[in-house]
Design a protein around this ligand. Sequence first.
Ligand SMILES: Nc1ncnc2c1ncn2[C@@H]1O[C@H](COP(=O)(O)OP(=O)(O)OP(=O)(O)O)[C@@H](O)[C@H]1O
Ligand SMILES: [Mg+2]
Length: 337
Amino acid sequence: MAEKLLEIENLTVGFQSENGVVKATDRVNLSLGKGQTVCLVGESGSGKSVTSLAVMRLVEYAGGAILEGGIGFQGEELTSRSQNEMMRIRGNKIAMIFQDPMSALNPVYTVGDQIAESIMLHQHKSKSEARRSAVEMLRLVGIPAPEMRAKQYPHELSGGMCQRVVIAVALACDPDLLIADEPTTALDVTVQAQILELLHRLQQELGMSILLITHDMGVAAEMADRIAVMYAGAIVEEGTAEEIFNRPSHPYTIGLLKSVPGLEGARGDELYTIRGQIPSLSQLPSGCRFHPRCPHVKESCKQKEPPVFQVNADHQAACWIYEQGGGEWTLETNRRI
Ligand SMILES: Nc1ncnc2c1ncn2[C@@H]1O[C@H](COP(=O)(O)OP(=O)(O)OP(=O)(O)O)[C@@H](O)[C@H]1O
Ligand SMILES: [Mg+2]
């Protein structure tokens, strides 16, 4: 087991709404080892971005509050840090690529200057040194003719190149943890594959850990050491990527896998869709939050929320089927859902 870098425990983040406080994340547990890539997957609105914003302690700026739980990072408790202290950590140890990367670049500065700015801020280099390093960063993220590109403005670059620049800005502080929130969603498939490959290579070269947020199981399959599946604010399944793909154990995960074209579980010409919709956080169903959409729902699922059960040594799922020490959720069963 890799040495722990990030340990999120029982994290509950709330937002004030007309109907009172809604919990965008509900007692989330998630940990990430040094050098690992953990993918957080789930449908839109499941709480993936909120989880990452909480780690950065930016969720407060979005109008939310950490109501419960802890975030351990390199042995420090982040929830009790002041925002001033967080600015140091955010700049130097944790970097984030936001969900909307195109708006992360400033249209009126050259891309070289934007990377140099980040380098000057975090590495205390002079302007000319920072400019030289910025060109090196552009080279590192695979931009051809970096000297020339450094002098260009974002609108002169393609979407894929802009995303490489955004990654360069994030890496300028040499982070121990990179949080990438849907870093490839806005890009076409070929460019998406290149960016994922780039992240993978950079991780090998720089030894950082990555928390990768995606709604795309295909991306998770490419990148993840471990996968955490989030549904309506809660982690419903977590395990090694191998376990999740070979032995998906929560009916929601099975549904997600079946709705991906070309992945194991997706059969026939017609793609599977999970019936119903993700519930409103202010009106969560009783018992298991997935029960109204679950093809295996039993009366008891409507009564009591399932705790997290151990499916395997390195794999857990919050589904009552495991109460008796595990059901037989083979891929065969999976196909019958
Ligand atoms: N600023 C906010 N104010 C109020 N509620 C919010 C706010 N941000 C998020 N939420 C609530 O938290 C829920 C989870 O949002 P989040 O952005 O984490 O979803 P997500 O899993 O990242 O979805 P997506 O895949 O669409 O990015 C939302 O459905 C919303 O109810
Ligand atoms: Mg999001």
